[in-house]
Design a protein around this ligand. Sequence first.
Ligand code: HEM
Length: 124
Amino acid sequence: MNIPPDAPAAVFTSYGYANIGIPVNNLLPPSDPDLGLGAIEIVDDPLQDGKFKIPTLRNIEFSPPYSHNGKFPTLMDMVNFINDRSDYSPEVESNIDDRIDSIDLDESDINDITSFLKTLTDGY
Ligand code: HEM
C-alpha cells in the first residue's frame, strides 16, 4: 500500500486498495465481473483483480448506496456486511483481503459503529 508520507489521517482511509468481496448488485444490468484495479490497463496484474479504492469515510452518511456497485442500501447494511460476509458470494473470488472476516460484532456493536460513522460528517 502506498500511503503518501504527508497524507492526513483525518480522512479515514488508508489510501489503499482491497478486495473485500463485494457481491454482484443484481439491480444493475448483467455484465462481466468488475475487476476493479486489476482491469486498469497500466496495472494489468491479476493480483490486483477485485481490488477497489478504500474510500474515505468522511461524510459517509450522505453517500448511499454503499460500495462501488451500490450493493448496500444503508450504512448499517454495509457495516453488517463488513462484520460477516458469509451470506454473500464475492463478485471476484481472488485476492480477498483477510483483514475483513468474521469480526464477530453483536447488534449493539453494529449500531455503535454505524453511529460513530455518522460522527464523521462535517459540521458536527
Ligand atoms: C470496522 C471496520 C470497517 C468499517 C466500519 C468500514 C466501513 C466501510 C464503509 C462504510 C464502506 C462503504 C464506503 C462507500 O461506499 O463509500 C467501506 C468500503 C470499503 N472498505 Fe471498509 N470498513 C472497515 C474496514 C475495512 C478494512 C479492514 C478494509 C481493508 C481490508 C476495508 C476496505 C474497504 C474497501 C476496499 C471498500 C470499498 C469496497 C468496494 O467498493 O468495492 N474496510 N468500508
